[in-house]
Write a protein that binds this ligand. Structure first.
Ligand SMILES: [Zn+2]
Length: 389
């Protein structure tokens, strides 16, 4: 199954300039190709193949006059040449009219991004070679903010097809097609309700619970190490301070790199754990999955809990669960934010208004049910799904 996704970009002014330039490079290569084909045809030659023109173009870039082209991703020009050749082939086949040159004024600025080079995270897209500066802090410039959060799945298992950046006259957009593994299996097992929490990461309506990875020895000791390192760095800065100026010594750089590695390690551990759990749940082939609204999870936020909520990365957990559900034809349902999944009794429906966060057991005042609090919530979520699925 192939799905197209298009999201508006929020480039800063410098990035806007660079995007426009990139589109200009694309147009240049496109027009150059048409020109080469037409010239060649006039001189009695046959259609020149895309590969040959690309080689020719690479040579062109070595001439001083065209050196500026090297400041842009060669994937932009590669694709523009191919697009122009394809336009010819379509014309030959009678599928479209004679290919026309792209004018600066009339044509829509756009360019191609290489499928292997493009990257997404929740909030940004990374394009290739917006800056040619290889320094790490400069490399940030390659990341452009997306107007919508979390729209593009990412991960090693995802293939992006034909990513294009386009300008509609007002805004810049990124569009990508994504190939999902073709899957016609319709899961028929019972739906699953999932309650997220701090004590445990998740409890499902099958009464399966998943531990909070942040409470494991390994993560705890890494976190401790991280704190120690952070303290060390700030002490070193303080020691080397001259008035209001802080100096970055070699030693500090070394420590900061260590810290960076440690952070990466922690992120990987959490990320992989999340993948493990979401995959396990999906493998049970439920016909639907119900989770709480993330705002509700966020409402648990207070000074003590917000840090642990942040560490839990519920967003990431949802993201993975959502796209994996999609791939497997499982309905992914987010309960209405007013649905009292924690406060309701899953047997009689009585709502217990005074349930506190510290109450680990749900005790129903009406039917006297006594049940683990999270398990009760997950059963409510499952019932919610049954009604609307
Ligand atoms: Zn009850």
């Amino acid at each position: 199954m192939i799905k197209g996704i298009k999201v508006m970009l929020k480039p800063n002014d410098k990035q806007k300039t660079k995007l426009l330039e990139s589109a200009g490079v694309s147009r240049f290569a496109y027009n150059w190709t048409l020109n080469r084909q037409q010239e060649n045809y006039k001189n009695g030659g046959k259609f020149i193949f895309n590969e040959d023109l690309r080689k020719e173009f690479t040579k062109l870039k070595q001439i001083e006059e065209y050196n500026w082209l090297n400041n842009y991703s060669n994937n932009i020009t590669k694709q523009a040449i191919k697009d122009a050749c394809d336009a010819y082939i379509k014309f030959f086949k009678g599928k479209s009219s004679f290919p026309r040159f792209k004018s600066r004024k009339k044509s829509k600025p756009s360019f191609y991004v290489d499928t292997d080079k493009i990257q997404f995270n929740e909030t940004h897209v990374k394009l290739e070679k917006l800056t040619i500066n290889k320094k790490k802090n400069k490399q940030k410039f390659n990341w452009i903010r997306l107007c919508e959060r979390d729209r593009f799945p990412n991960g090693e298992d995802i293939r992006y097809i034909n990513p294009r950046v386009t300008f509609d006259g007002i805004n810049w957009w990124i569009s990508v097609s994504i190939e999902y593994p073709d899957n016609k299996d319709m899961p028929t097992n019972e739906g699953i309700g999932i309650d997220l929490g701090i004590e445990k990461l998740a409890v499902t309506s099958e009464d399966i619970s998943y531990k909070n990875i942040n409470k494991t020895k390994k993560v705890k000791s890494l976190e401790k190490k991280k704190k120690r390192l952070q303290r060390k760095v700030s002490n070193k800065y303080e020691k080397g301070r001259e008035g209001n100026r802080y100096k970055k010594t070699k030693n500090i750089i070394k420590l900061e790199n260590k810290l960076k590695k440690l952070n990466q390690m922690l992120t990987n551990i959490r990320h992989n754990y999340s993948h493990q759990i979401t995959t396990q749940i999906i493998k049970r082939k439920p016909s639907f999955i119900v989770v709480e609204d993330l705002n509700v999870v966020g409402m648990m936020k207070n000074k003590h809990l917000s840090k642990s909520i942040g560490e839990q990365r519920f967003n990431e957990f949802y993201r993975q669960l959502k796209y994996k559900s999609e791939w497997n034809n499982i309905k992914f349902i987010v309960a209405d934010k007013f649905f009292p999944s924690s406060k309701m009794c899953n047997i009689c429906g009585n709502v217990k208004k005074d349930l506190r966060l510290s109450d680990r057991k749900y005790i129903c005042d009406s039917c006297h049910l006594v049940l683990d609090r999270d398990y009760n919530a997950s059963l409510n979520l499952k019932n919610y799904g049954k009604e609307i699925a």
